[in-house]
Write a protein that binds this ligand. Structure first.
Ligand SMILES: Cc1ncc(COP(=O)(O)O)c(C=O)c1O
Length: 430
């Protein structure tokens, strides 16, 4: 069981919306820090461990700085994400670039920052060499194909576009060594939101065994293994989180069994978790503004899937509570929906909830476990403006860490001067 709590009362929200109208995200700094410390402590069984937080999950420098303060690095997947890591004070090999179909600009920026590049394909060896030059340290991403089951979100590894095949990997390391690369890492990422401990231990075994094979076949001592992300969180109250201690201890057992006899005992362990680091410590807060009763009953929010698209994209469950009505009986069955012109704009389908009051002073609706891949996946379809982000500090104060988008932001990419000329042309003035 996982408890679904929200740290702000209804009264506090009423005050808050005077300054920051709904919808908005709230992140709990204390929760994130305590979780980061649990991760660091569990993985301290390894000679060296680095968590490169997956920036894509929550791309906000306030959060990156908090995580860096707890000893985490950053895993970036694009040029702007590299900039976010840089502006958060994360340096050199604490930054990892794990991207695919990588443009030269990203490689150049990663080289400038001294970040570790994680190559996604054999052909990128030559591309990187030509565009940005080969660094002394390189990691390669492995796609195990039929050797590993994927899951619903990421798909089967065999059908995934990422990574090198096993043979390409061995060849790739040989080639990189020949070209003067000195330090090597090995990476994979084969699942997303996977809650099975055994699945993640099997991934560890796969990579540790592969590191031994690479040593035997290519004469290369892999210096770090990166297990990627993909560790799930209990979105449903009846689900259980994977224990950090059990995960780290299980991986360490495999590490000792497989790597020590092969003389690879000093190898560092890296991860690039996003979801389990911040996911449970973020909430989307919206207001219930409409109630509609047709063939089904609907509660309409002032947020939409443009603020949180996981339910629409994956049919994902996000727990919903109503501040002030946490213990009220769940007497209503309804779909909780947003205002987008898409019928899958539903935060919940046929969910049992307490009776919800709607309108200007209506109930707040809190959508849980939205601290990763939430605001970050937002978009502007239907002219929707993405909401802002607030940080609940350990002293109980709230700080805005990203403002909500405005109409000016939405229109800001249009060239208004060109538009005026265009109008003049149509009215025959040009
Ligand atoms: C390459 C890579 N690393 C790490 C992550 C983070 O995964 P998660 O947030 O599930 O931990 C992702 C997520 O898509 C990814 O693509």
């Amino acid at each position: 069981m996982s408890e679904k709590k929200f740290p702000l009362t209804k009264a506090r929200l009423e005050k808050l919306v005077e300054r920051y109208p709904t919808p908005f995200y709230v992140y709990d700094e204390q929760g994130i820090r305590e979780n980061a410390r649990r991760i660091q402590s569990a993985f301290s069984v390894f000679p060296s461990y680095t968590e490169h937080f997956a920036v894509k999950a929550l791309p906000n420098p306030f959060i990156l700085k908090i995580l860096a303060d707890e000893g985490f690095g950053a895993d970036c997947s694009s040029y702007p994400e590299l900039l976010l890591a840089e502006m958060s004070g994360i340096k050199r090999e604490a930054i990892m670039l794990t991207s695919n179909e990588t443009p030269a600009r990203e490689y150049l920026k990663a080289r400038e920052l001294g970040a570790v590049i994680n190559l996604d394909d054999f052909t990128h060896i030559e591309y990187l060499e030509k565009t940005a030059g080969l660094p002394e340290t390189i990691s390669c991403r492995y796609n195990p194909g039929p050797l590993k089951e994927g899951n619903a979100i990421i798909g089967k590894p065999e059908e995934a576009k990422y990574g090198f095949t096993r043979e390409q990997l061995v060849e790739g390391y040989r080639l990189l060594k020949k070209k003067g690369v000195k330090h090597f890492g090995l990476h994979t990422m084969v699942a997303s939101n996977e809650l099975s401990l055994d699945y993640h231990l099997e991934t560890g075994r796969l990579l540790f065994e592969l590191a031994v094979e690479i040593k035997n076949r290519a004469g290369i001592g892999i210096e770090f293994v990166n297990l990627g992300g993909g560790l799930g969180i209990p979105y449903r109250p009846e689900q259980e989180a994977v224990s950090w201690e059990a995960l780290a201890a299980g991986l360490k057992k495999l590490y000792d069994e497989i790597l020590l006899p092969a003389g690879l005992g000093g190898m560092a362990l890296h991860t690039e978790y996003g979801r389990p680091v911040t996911g449970p410590y973020g909430w989307l807060v919206a207001r219930a503004i409409h109630k509609k009763e047709i063939y089904r009953n609907y509660i309409g929010l002032d947020a939409s899937m443009a603020d949180l698209m996981r339910p629409a994209l994956y049919g994902a469950y996000h727990h919903i509570t109503v501040p002030g009505k946490e213990n009220a009986p769940l007497t209503e069955t309804c779909d909780v929906v947003g205002s987008l012109c898409e019928n899958n704009d539903k935060f919940a389908v046929q969910r049992k909830l307490p009776k919800i009051d709607v309108g200007d002073g209506g109930d707040f609706v809190v959508i849980h476990d939205a601290g990763a891949h939430g605001r970050a996946m937002g978009f502007n379809y239907n002219g929707k403006l993405r909401c802002g982000e607030l940080l609940l500090r350990p002293d109980g104060s709230l700080v805005q860490i990203r403002r909500a988008e405005t109409v000016d932001d939405y229109l800001g990419t249009l060239d208004v001067w060109a538009l005026r000329e265009f109008d003049a042309h149509f009215s025959g003035r040009l």
